[in-house]
Design a protein around this ligand. Structure first.
Ligand code: PHE
Ligand code: 6NA
Ligand code: ZN
Ligand code: ZN
Length: 512
């Protein structure tokens, strides 16, 4: 009797488990394959595709090469190649005569080497927008470069050099697009600004901030700002094989700080049990070994993965459409690669370590510089508190050099700026799925928060994983075709920006 009762109970439990499993699988598959993708819409008025002549196609590449050859390097806030910055200002005047002579355009230099253009539109009822880019570049030690970093040399269809992806491609691309449009007698309806900062790589305090102060003094409000940042990423996000266009609707915060240990110097023949180097090395090693908490799901990154869920290969597509269940698994997967780990947490980068004065002298001081990039769900103070708790050594002094909280999240879908961007991306990048994302690097656009809520970080270029590694790295390059497409993007954008209709996104279950 007892055995048969247990058998009955067992088979009932098994039946309940199987029914539950089938129900769960049904929910997972239904959500995966009927995921309501909100698809942005745009005005049907297709923009005019500008056919460039052969001469113009060569001209735009030469314009970029000339810009790369001018070494506008920023070493620190105090140290920049101002000779090159001045030369760059003269260069663009020479290469873009229509821009600098048009009665529609007012140009001025701010902060010594930054440029602000105002392009007057015909419809003063339309709020102006801002196209931002930066002239300065990070240093490029020539060792290990296949091509000298400031030669602008062309190899196998690519233009090589520091700034070809970050950010002279956009500086020259924006001006070249405007030059071609003016040449064809184009008159924009919506006014717009072009802001070219000269110290973005070392904070933007002398360039972009001066542009903001000027516009604020004139009471200017902007419809939207477009700056560098994310791009059309091809194979960068694990599990998505096709190119996806990510528009940075926010950017991480940042803390740059020095950790210093001071100890009495002495003869190396009678060393103490721990020197300043040993104490500091142990402290920064603890920081590196104890990553900041995984914040996946507490910022806009979840929205990005859910919107792209149908683009992931099986079984990731099921995971992405069911983050209510699989979020812990996904956050572990994303930690594996630096580019996606930077999306799920505040990152800790040990970037400079200095100590020692002579091989037989106990070092009096050791200093390390650490750069944190903050996840949107954390504040500067929270990260500093966690860091203190991790270091746990009062001999390590902390001095914050600069810091700022994560930026506000700009609206998408029901935002004019986002829709204009999405429309232009579909025009030029043949319907690459578009989604909002977090820009893990920082940009000059962070200074514009009081001029608009609609700040977008997007460079119109397709980047593979190997391209992302070239930014601030070795052998930075852009293909001639990609640069021509970038110029076309800005030509289209300037035309698309003449609309003023925000269209409600329509739900669409098959195409993002
Ligand atoms: N854009 C560069 C330089 C920068 C750092 C911090 C703030 C603003 C700009 C970066 O993200 O590293
Ligand atoms: C491609 C992302 C760029 C981040 C800002 C910079 O390094 O200029
Ligand atoms: Zn940049
Ligand atoms: Zn940069």
């Amino acid at each position: 009797m007892a055995v048969s009762r247990w058998k009955a109970v067992g088979s009932t439990l098994l039946a309940m488990f199987l029914v539950g499993l089938v129900a769960l699988l049904a929910v997972l598959f239904i959500r995966t394959y009927t995921w309501p993708n909100e698809v942005g819409r745009w005005n049907s008025n297709e923009t005019v595709i500008i056919e460039l002549t052969e001469k113009e196609r060569k001209q735009l590449v030469e314009a970029l090469k000339g810009a790369i050859r001018i070494p506008t390097v920023s070493f620190s806030e105090e140290e920049q190649n101002t000779t090159a910055l001045r030369e760059f200002g003269e260069y663009i005047q020479k290469v873009f005569p229509q821009v600098f002579s048009s009665v529609l355009i007012h140009h001025e230099v701010l902060g010594g080497y930054s440029h602000l253009f105002k392009v007057q539109g015909t419809d003063l009822s339309l709020l102006p927008y801002m196209l931002l880019a930066h002239i300065d570049v990070v240093p490029a030690p020539p060792e290990s470069w296949e091509v000298p970093p400031f030669s602008g040399e062309e190899r196998d269809g690519y233009v090589y050099g520091r700034g070809t992806l970050d950010d002279k491609n956009s500086v020259i691309g924006i001006l070249q697009a405007l030059e071609f449009l003016l040449k064809r007698g184009h008159k924009p309806q919506r006014s717009f600004y072009i802001g070219l900062g000269h110290d973005e790589e070392v904070s933007g305090h002398k360039g972009a901030l001066k542009i903001v102060e000027k516009l604020q003094s004139q009471g200017v409000q902007l419809a939207f700002v477009l700056d560098e940042g994310l791009a059309v990423l091809d194979g960068v996000i694990q599990g998505i094989r096709q190119p996806v266009a990510l528009i940075g609707t926010t950017e991480k915060g940042s803390i740059t700080l020095d950790l210093t240990v001071n100890r009495s110097p002495g003869h190396s023949s009678m060393p103490p049990s721990e020197t300043s180097i040993g104490i500091l090395a142990a402290a920064v090693s603890r920081l590196e070994q104890n990553a900041m908490p995984n914040m996946f799901g507490e910022g806009p990154e979840q929205d990005m993965f859910e919107r792209l869920s149908t683009k992931f290969d099986f079984p990731l597509n099921i995971i992405m459409a069911n983050l209510w269940l699989f979020s812990p698994i996904l956050s572990r997967i994303l930690e594996r690669s630096p580019s996606t780990n930077a999306i799920v947490r505040t990152t800790t980068a040990l970037t400079i370590f200095k100590s020692g004065i002579k091989s037989n002298v106990i070092p009096p001081t050791a200093t390390a510089t650490v750069n944190f990039r903050l996840h949107p769900a954390q504040t500067v103070q929270e990260v500093l508190d966690i860091m203190q708790n991790t270091i746990k050594d009062e001999r390590v002094e902390i001095s914050v050099l600069n810091s700022f909280d994560p930026l506000p999240v700009s609206p998408n879908d029901m935002s004019l700026g986002y829709q204009i961007l999405q429309h232009t991306i579909h025009n030029v990048f043949s319907r690459a799925p578009v989604a909002p994302g977090v820009c893990v690097g920082n940009t000059d656009s962070r200074h514009f928060v009081n001029l608009t809520n609609n700040i977008y970080r997007f460079s119109p270029v397709v980047l593979k994983k190997e391209d992302v590694d070239r930014i601030h790295g070795l052998n930075e390059r852009i293909s001639k075709d990609a640069f021509e497409l970038l110029v076309q993007f800005y030509i289209q954008l300037i035309q698309n920006a003449d609309t003023d209709k925000i269209l409600p996104p329509h739900l669409n279950t098959h195409e993002l």
